[in-house]
Design a protein around this ligand. Structure first.
Ligand SMILES: [Zn+2]
Length: 453
């Protein structure tokens, strides 16, 4: 009798400690007013009209009192001061520790700009009253989406699958026979041309079901959202179509969150055939890939979120006197004259590096594991696809999701091999060669830690 009572007590204690894995999701509209400075290009564009709304979408996960939040913004990226302010507000309003929160941007090129503390701020006019009014609202909106998601926490079952979307994304750096420098985004390839690197056709799918109803999904694919083409109308680009369709097809009340993978050198232009798919075609193709993967969703055993975050100090690039003089010369006329994307990107980068030479170039690497099979990695920049593929391949997790432009951005992060090949992403990179490999190394170390624990 006593032993039965004891074992009942023991079981009760166990079930008290082994709480449910709970998830809540929410979205908050962050569509700007007309006249808000937009990001994505080296010129000023004030927004005028809306093609489709922008959101801050959040998934909060919790077990045994440990919370983790994943927030994705329909914006060109994230900057450190806004991430810090949002995390502070989340900590105060929701009691979730700042470093348990991942905040990334989809990289849509038709959304508001955020201050970069460089010449870009003058070019994009992000510090104008319209720009400041928008960016100062962001931390509150982000905290609000986390608060709403947390209020909806409910026990869930998680399942994951890897879909494939072939022929959608393309490596935008091209090598031509007999030429050392890579060609950037050509109209069409010649027989002497080949892509400088691979693409990542995998579509990561993570679904949370409460009862039999999907309540949230995390979707992952690597491709620049530049299909709308840089006008002044607001759009979430293909991630907007993609997430809308996945929810329409698999659960009207499901919040589908898209995290962009390592797409630093990947976009949607089919250089071989000279074809440009529309935003609708891209989003539909990705939603079709999720449809095909849906029957393959396998339940995963979840545990309380295991989170690691590490600040990595990278080295800024150095420049010759001649490069600096040329940059200063161009900068003097850059607000009134368009010198083209690549020279302007190079100039902004050189002057910013000069200006910040005494400040450390910090990069936060964050990992969130929720299962022996599922982990999410956050990297703060536009990471080349080769680095993402290497990270996924070496990861001890079967399903490794990567969110780039997360928790801030240090700009383009090329892989070692790309550096001597030059052109856009290389001349505008803030970090020196080898930084990307260093970030991958730290991510793998952190993944190893959360896997073992
Ligand atoms: Zn980009």
């Amino acid at each position: 009798m006593a032993s039965r009572l004891l074992s009942a007590l023991f079981l009760a204690t166990i079930s008290l400690h082994a709480g449910d894995f709970r998830v809540g999701a929410a979205r908050v509209d962050i569509t700007p007013k007309d006249g808000t400075p937009l990001g994505g290009y080296y010129r000023f564009r004030g927004s005028a009209g809306v093609l489709d709304p922008l959101y801050a979408k959040t998934i909060v996960m919790e077990k045994d009192g440990v919370h983790a939040a994943i927030v994705v913004l329909d914006l060109s990226g994230t900057v450190r001061p806004i991430v810090a302010a949002a995390r502070k507000a989340i900590q105060e309003q929701c009691g979730i520790e700042g470093d348990h929160v991942l905040i990334s941007g989809t990289h849509t090129h038709t959304g508001p700009q955020q201050p970069r503390e460089s010449m870009m701020d003058d070019i994009t006019k992000v510090n104008s009253p319209a720009g400041l009014s928008y960016t100062s609202s962001l931390p509150g909106w982000i905290a609000d989406s986390v608060k709403q998601a947390k209020a909806r926490l409910a026990p869930v079952k998680a399942s994951a699958a890897i879909g494939r979307a072939e022929g959608i994304s393309f490596n935008r750096r091209i090598l031509r026979e007999g030429q050392k420098e890579a060609i950037w985004q050509p109209q069409k390839l010649t027989p002497q041309d080949r892509p400088a690197g691979p693409v990542d056709p995998d579509v990561g799918v993570l679904v949370f079901d409460a009862g039999d109803k999907p309540v949230a999904s995390l979707l992952n694919f690597a491709m620049h959202p530049t299909s709308v083409g840089g006008g002044v109308k607001i759009s979430a680009d293909y991630p907007g179509v993609f997430t809308r369709l996945v929810s329409e097809r698999h659960g009207a009340e499901m919040i589908s969150v898209f995290a962009n993978g390592c797409c630093g050198n990947i976009n949607h232009n089919d250089y071989v055939n000279g074809k440009r798919r529309s935003t609708l075609e891209l989003g539909t193709a990705l939603a079709d890939a999720v449809d095909a993967a849906w029957p393959q969703l396998k339940p995963v055993e979840t545990f309380a979120p295991r989170i690691r975050s590490e600040q990595v100090t990278l080295t800024r690039r150095s420049f010759t006197e001649a490069q600096i003089a040329k940059a200063k010369d161009m900068a003097a006329n850059m607000l009134t004259k368009n010198f083209g994307t690549v020279p302007m990107a190079e100039t902004v980068c050189i002057l910013e590096t000069l200006d910040k030479k005494d400040k450390p170039l910090l990069a936060e690497v964050q990992v969130i594991a929720i299962s022996d099979e599922v982990a999410i990695v956050a990297l703060p920049g536009e990471i080349f696809v080769e680095l993402g593929l290497a990270l996924k391949k070496a990861s001890p997790f079967k399903h490794t999701f990567i969110a780039e432009l997360a928790n801030g951005s240090i700009g383009y992060v090329p892989n070692q091999e790309a550096w001597p090949q030059g052109n856009y992403e290389i001349v505008s990179a803030r970090c020196e060669a080898g930084s990307g490999e260093k970030l991958v190394e730290v991510a793998l170390k952190l993944l190893g830690e959360v896997k073992k624990r």
